[in-house]
Write a protein that binds this ligand. Structure first.
Ligand SMILES: C[S@@+](CC[C@H](N)C(=O)[O-])C[C@H]1O[C@@H](n2cnc3c(N)ncnc32)[C@H](O)[C@@H]1O
Length: 217
């Protein structure tokens, strides 16, 4: 079976202080733009070690951190155990290859920097649509379109999307049954790239609402 590069990266994921700061900026933007209510049940998809989900946790009822990497989830489970975080849990899930676990149980789904690692974006977004309660919110934070230099090393060859065009992402969401998609810039930052020098990248946050399908009872 092919190894999952995220399993291998998990133990040292949080050593990258810049990454931790970026994820905090995404968490802050989600709180500002989606304003989740205290009774909100959140799914943080592609949660990694839980940097975004743990940021949101004090503000909502509960957070489920979902990821396809068991290594990432193990690190998050360690944090949950250490902090005795009764309202945070983990879920191994890959919506590209398995159906949503249960219909319409979340008020907010967040995705921080995971979408560009997902080949079949439409399939996963449609699953989110099915998992959100009517009126629930989706928050996708990811890279604006980049020239393919954001990931160095072996990851550079395997990443399926070099960021996203915001307008295309919003059109996609509308096509899949979300309403009122809006975007903001979370942060712009320079990053060293392979071959030397630095490039400036930016991260957007798109929020959208899961509408009620016409024929749903
Ligand atoms: C760049 S990391 C972001 C992790 C975390 N959101 C953070 O900000 O630190 C991407 C995450 O997406 C996960 N991932 C990649 N493909 C996935 C898929 N198809 N389903 C669920 N998770 C996936 C990886 O395992 C990894 O933890």
């Amino acid at each position: 079976m092919a190894t999952n590069p995220f399993d291998e990266a998990a133990a040292r994921w949080d050593d990258n202080a810049h990454r931790v700061r970026l994820m905090g900026a995404i968490g802050e933007a989600i709180l500002r733009e989606a304003a989740p209510a205290p009774q909100c049940s959140v799914l943080d998809y592609g949660c990694g070690t839980g940097l975004v989900g743990l940021y949101l946790l004090p503000h909502v009822r509960d957070v489920t951190g979902a990821d396809s990497s068991q290594g990432m989830l193990d690190v998050l489970a360690g944090k949950i155990a250490q902090g005795r975080l009764a309202t945070m849990r983990t879920l191994r899930l890959n919506l590209e290859h398995e159906p949503p676990p249960a219909a319409r149980q979340w008020d907010l789904i967040t995705v921080g920097m995971a979408m560009h690692h997902i080949a079949d974006v439409d399939k996963v977004l449609a699953a989110f649509r099915a998992m959100l309660r009517p009126g629930g919110r989706l928050c996708v934070a990811d890279l604006d379109t980049e020239p393919g230099t954001f990931h160095g090393g072996p990851m550079a060859q395997s990443v399926p999307h070099h960021g996203f065009d915001r307008r295309e992402m919003k059109d996609r969401l509308t096509r899949l049954g979300f309403t009122d998609p809006r975007d903001v810039t979370v942060v712009r930052f320079p990053k060293p790239v392979d071959g030397g020098g630095e490039q400036v990248f930016s991260i957007f946050l798109i929020t959208a609402t899961a509408g009620t399908p016409a024929r749903e009872s």
